[in-house]
Design a protein around this ligand. Structure first.
Ligand SMILES: [Zn+2]
Length: 320
């Protein structure tokens, strides 16, 4: 089987990179391989190259089964890039702010239709952080076996996470005001926006800023669909990637303000409306029916644009 059939999303990333070469800087961060297949991991950036510029970071495809996150991300990027061609005010906007993205963090998992990476490690359970609080056996991370989901790995930090870490350090850590959004699917009936911590139920130090951002979203888009909550209200997990990146950012920038958000698309709703989806892995995590897929593609553009703007006009939530 050709890799295009296994991973059409990767071709979409390459097509975007080529089409908007010059506007969008695309870099191969590294490559994952399993002997049979090899896939590059791409990082993208557009806008201001000023190290201090505010940044919005978009990430997807951490869990290989949750392709829809990558689709939402790419759909937003495609629309935005097209719009910058004719809506001239974006030029001024991007002269002050930077958008960065890794659309497919775990290409091997996505190609092989599995949650974990090529080593079956759950990349969202693989950082060195240990969790406390509402721990669910196995689900919160396990080191028993790679053949059970939620495997944390036994070999340190996996290559994919090392590449995310290096990318964030290079493109984001010099900024003092930033927001990131990592898109997942598979939990609950609602679309949730989670803020840290995932590894503990302690209050997030920037909760006042998160609440300001929530107020801004509520006032700007009163009919938005998102439930905004502390991630550990649902469960805690060991080795969370974004708690780890956040802590590393704060060590480097004690006064910097960084809001790492996770969008968890409520896939149970799609399953409830089309019960047959229960019987395939992809159906459990992605909308299958055409109209529902199209609705999902439309539904989140507004939020992504809101977060991009809020990152740039950070005074609205940062208070400074
Ligand atoms: Zn996920």
């Amino acid at each position: 089987m050709k890799t295009k059939e296994l991973l059409p999303e990767l071709f979409e990333v390459e097509e975007l990179a080529q089409k908007y070469n010059g506007l969008l800087k695309t870099e191969k961060l590294g490559e994952v391989s399993n002997g049979k297949y090899a896939f590059p991991i791409y990082g993208m950036s557009m806008g201001s190259t000023d190290p201090n510029a505010p940044v919005f970071g978009l990430f997807g495809g951490v869990h290989g089964l949750e392709r829809i996150g990558t689709h939402v991300l790419l759909s937003f990027m495609r629309t935005l890039l097209y719009r910058t061609q004719w809506e001239k005010d974006w030029e001024d906007f991007f002269s002050r702010c930077r958008l960065v993205a890794i659309p497919i963090i775990n290409p091997m998992g996505m190609a092989l239709v599995r949650r974990g990476n090529g080593n079956n490690v759950d990349l969202m359970r693989n950082s060195p952080l240990r969790a406390e609080g509402k721990l669910i056996p196995l689900v919160s991370g396990q080191q028993i076996s790679p053949s059970i989901p939620w495997y944390q790995g036994n070999n340190g930090i996996e290559l994919e996470n090392q590449l995310v870490d290096e990318f964030c350090k290079r493109y984001m850590f010099s900024s003092q005001r930033l927001i990131t959004l990592d898109i997942h699917s598979g939990f609950g009936f609602k679309d949730r926006l989670w803020y840290p911590w995932a590894t503990s139920s302690n209050p997030f130090p920037l909760e006042p800023q998160v609440l300001k951002l929530k107020e801004l979203l509520d006032e700007t888009h009163p009919f938005h669909v998102y439930k905004i909550e502390h991630q550990s209200l649902n469960y805690s997990n060991h080795g969370d990637l974004w708690d780890w990146i956040y802590q590393s950012y704060r060590t480097a920038n004690p006064t910097g303000l960084y809001l790492p958000l996770t969008l968890e698309l409520g896939s149970w709703l799609w399953v409830k409306k089309n019960i047959w989806q229960l019987f395939t892995w992809e159906g459990l995590f992605n909308p299958v029916k055409k109209h529902r897929y199209a609705r999902t593609m439309r539904r989140h553009n507004q939020l992504l644009e809101f977060l991009l703007k809020a990152s740039c006009y950070h005074e609205t939530w940062s208070g400074s």
